[in-house]
Design a binder for this molecule. Structure first.
Ligand code: CUA
Length: 201
């Protein structure tokens, strides 16, 4: 998928997430129903005093679940790969450093900010993110996007923010200690010109 599209267009992370959710939800329901039915059946059999082995059934059940897990893993990795595919073309680079318990955003212009992430609207923003201590996760609920940040590794991803405004917010989505809940930030999306002016000041 996507081979015919221009590579400079960042993947719509919401679309990727929704595609995966459309796969996970029916699977989750099917597994839940199967487990409940199996449980009810087992309890009723036990009530009847019956306790017999069903080797073939057990093997079928276990392999069915393993197959479901394998399919989900493959689709999840493929979706992540789509998001990770490095788009060519210019992008505004922001270096993200997560540490207990705050964010640090460093822009190409040298500007550094902490509680707010300022980005240009309608442009690709390339994040190069890492952590200085434990695992944190960069999460922007509005974009249905999150990535774990591992100490010593740089995770690179691109996002685009469509409209100017500060309605979007982000947070750390991986429990990282006592003040994990404090790791929130606002996303200040500005028009290109406004962003340039801000970055240069
Ligand atoms: Cu950082 Cu949770």
């Amino acid at each position: 998928m996507g081979s015919g599209q221009p590579v400079s267009v960042a993947v719509d992370t919401r679309e990727v997430y929704d595609g995966l959710a459309a796969l996970y939800e029916p699977v989750a329901i099917a597994v839940f129903v199967t487990v409940v039915v199996a449980l009810v059946w087992v309890v009723r059999r036990a009530g009847d005093g019956g306790r017999d082995e069903h080797r073939a059934l057990e093997i079928a059940y276990a392999s069915g679940l393993a197959l479901v897990a394998a399919v989900l893993i493959v689709f999840t990795f493929r979706a992540t790969d789509r998001e990770n595919a490095r788009a060519a073309g210019p992008a505004e680079v922001v270096r993200v450093t997560a540490g207990k318990w705050k964010w640090r955003f460093e822009h190409a212009s040298g500007r550094v900010e902490t509680d707010v992430l300022t980005v240009p609207a309608g442009a690709e923003v390339e994040f190069r993110a890492t952590s200085v201590d434990v695992i944190h996760a960069f999460w922007i609920p509005d974009l249905k996007f999150q990535r774990q940040l591992i100490p010593g590794q740089t995770t690179t991803f691109r996002l685009t923010f469509e409209r100017p405004g500060i309605a979007v917010s982000g947070a750390c989505s991986f429990y990282c200690g006592l003040e994990h809940a404090r790791m929130r930030f606002l996303v200040d999306v500005r028009s290109r010109a406004d962003y340039e002016r801000w970055a240069a000041s």
